[in-house]
Design a binder for this molecule. Structure first.
Ligand SMILES: NC(=O)c1ccc[n+]([C@@H]2O[C@H](COP(=O)([O-])OP(=O)(O)OC[C@H]3O[C@@H](n4cnc5c(N)ncnc54)[C@H](OP(=O)(O)O)[C@@H]3O)[C@@H](O)[C@H]2O)c1
Length: 344
């Protein structure tokens, strides 16, 4: 049984904890909060031992004042675990990495950190083998994960693809009142944006550039893609669709026939699936908008930003612990366990 600590029990942390809890080969050994707030109740309900992100007695004591049992600070938690999944807010990784190195523990960071922090970025379909038995890795962001899911199988079929992508990004997560815009479209003025380039940290052979805009929605990101395939690629629109339908964690669906024209209906579909929080771990591709003209492939895909990276963290744990070297096998174990856990 792999003992997993979750440092940071927020949007990503609480989802990773449940995904770990769903697996037969790993267990949640503890989760951390900065202090007693509403997320602690969920940890108590799930019977995940609560720890403090800090080792300061004063901060640890605050939990009991609010009626929560805090088992200690982060150092104590790290002593009990085989691996820590860092789900702290972006850019805290450098500080936390020192703690993990001090404890001599394997560690996984999230996409809010830079590739350079661990020197190894991860997404299951792109580079599972490269992460086997590594000490630390970064699971790439929701956008990079989404891009990899559809681009890596294309690359595997015909090497030499070149991609231009526009990321239409949700302004904030549903539970986040701090971010915006709420009545504007905000282009990322650093061109190209970092999103596309980040794919090359897991699959350097894919040439990709991206532009990004934030729009006033909380539901999903949408990617608008143009992929230039190499000459003699041998693909057709139909064979590309077939390729993606056979790819794990990609849903290809006709939006017109199924009356799923927007991200609102995609999210409703995911609520029907029955996963907690209405999550959709899969990338959604609108089938009728996939179009291959000559060597240019056009398509749109939607990414549920809060959840597509969750099963990737589970596969990454197995890679770092060296317990499963076959990415497709790990993915199927992960996804089946999550489905059972959610009762579907
Ligand atoms: N949200 C998304 O859509 C999304 C998607 C993909 C990747 N990511 C990445 O995932 C990471 C986490 O993002 P999030 O959205 O889950 O953030 P979040 O909802 O703000 O949660 C962050 C959690 O970290 C805790 N925390 C604060 N300071 C900490 C510290 N020094 N050490 C450890 N934990 C600390 C917070 O504790 P309290 O609850 O006590 O404040 C909170 O539980 C970021 O790198 C982000 O870029 C986010």
């Amino acid at each position: 049984m792999i003992k997993v600590a979750i440092n940071g029990y927020g949007t990503i942390g609480k989802r990773v904890a449940d995904a770990v809890d769903a697996q037969d080969d790993m267990e949640v050994i503890g989760v951390t909060k900065t202090g007693p707030n509403f997320g602690c109740q969920l940890a108590v309900k799930k019977q995940y031992p609560l720890y403090c992100t800090s080792d300061e007695e004063e901060k640890i004591n605050l939990f009991s004042e609010q009626g929560y049992i805090c088992h200690g600070g982060i150092t104590k938690l790290l002593e009990l675990a085989d691996i820590v999944v860092d789900c702290s807010p972006g850019k805290m990784g450098k500080m936390n990495l020192e703690k993990y190195k001090g404890a001599g523990i394997k560690h996984i960071f999230q996409g809010g950190e830079k590739h350079e922090l661990t020197g190894l970025s991860y997404t299951s379909c792109a580079n599972h083998k490269a992460a086997l038995n590594a000490n630390g890795a970064r699971v790439v962001s929701c956008n990079t994960t989404g891009l990899s899911r559809t681009l890596v199988p294309l690359h595997d079929n015909c090497e030499g693809i070149s991609v231009e992508c526009t990321m239409i990004r949700r302004a904030a997560d549903p539970g986040d009142s701090q971010r915006g815009p709420i009545n504007a479209i905000k282009p990322v003025l650093k061109v190209p944006s970092h999103h596309g380039i980040d794919v090359m940290t897991v699959k350097p052979e894919i040439k990709i550039n991206s532009l990004a805009v934030a729009v006033p929605t909380t539901l999903m990101h949408v990617h608008s893609l143009v992929v230039e395939l190499p000459p003699n690629h041998g693909l057709t629109t139909e064979s590309v669709i077939k390729l993606w339908k056979e790819q794990p964690r990609v849903i290809v669906m006709n939006g017109t026939e199924n009356r799923i024209p927007t991200t609102a209906e995609v999210m409703e579909l995911s609520r029907d699936i029955g996963r907690k929080w209405g999550d959709l771990h899969e990338i959604f591709v609108w089938e009728e908008a996939v179009s291959l003209k000559g060597n240019k492939l056009y398509y749109f895909q939607a990414v549920h930003q809060e959840s597509d990276v969750i099963p990737e963290n589970i596969d990454c744990i197995r890679a770092l612990m060296g317990t499963n070297s076959d990415w497709k096998n790990s993915v199927s174990i992960t996804d089946e366990a999550i489905s059972r856990y959610n009762g579907i």
